[in-house]
Ligand binder design. Sequence first.
Ligand SMILES: C[S@@+](CC[C@H](N)C(=O)[O-])C[C@H]1O[C@@H](n2cnc3c(N)ncnc32)[C@H](O)[C@@H]1O
Length: 218
Amino acid sequence: MIKSIEIDENLENYISNNSYDLHPVQKEIIKHNNSLGEIKKMQISVTQAYFMQLLIKSKNLKKILEIGTFTGYSALSMALAVKDDGFITCVDKNKNTSDIAKTFFKKAKIDNKINLIVGSALEQLNILSERSEKFDLIFIDADKENYIKYYDMSYKLLTKDGLIIIDNVLWKGDVANYNKIDRMTNIIRDFNTYVKNDSKVEKYILPIGDGVTVCRKI
Ligand SMILES: C[S@@+](CC[C@H](N)C(=O)[O-])C[C@H]1O[C@@H](n2cnc3c(N)ncnc32)[C@H](O)[C@@H]1O
């Protein structure tokens, strides 16, 4: 069996140096996040952003919802990939990081393509649902305790053939280490089992970043 290689920071840098160039503001966000210490881990990896950009471009996904934006790296990356008629709606409860993200969106001149709503994701998903909004891609990257709720609500907001991408599903690899029985690892395991048993979607767990599940609404 072929073993996947481990992507450390060096390799991640090599990948970005040998893929297409990052937008200057993507580089600025990475620099900003690196200055924040441990919390920088909130940001998705460069490789993961490339993957999502490729999906958006190749499937011409237009309406995108992001749950959990932090300082804006994933949202900016997606906004750079959508065509002119594409639009990203983001929700994050943290006003401070959202203000920083908005500054970066403006700097990249893509603020006309992104609406970042500051508020509780559950509340905002309910509002979007009441308005019968539909999305081609929903990216879930907020509090893991609510992942199952976000997943169920996202399914209802998804166009047919639309995609849900969920971050951190391999939880540093701990999900497969049965000596790890802490609360967060179990929450992610329960979530993965929940998605596995959902016959309404096709799903693939990919070992990118901290592990992503891609679900396609059948
Ligand atoms: C892992 S970070 C998102 C990282 C981002 N996707 C990126 O690539 O930079 C998770 C974010 O979810 C937000 N969050 C956590 N719980 C939330 C909730 N209940 N409602 C809305 N946002 C929430 C946090 O404020 C945080 O910014």
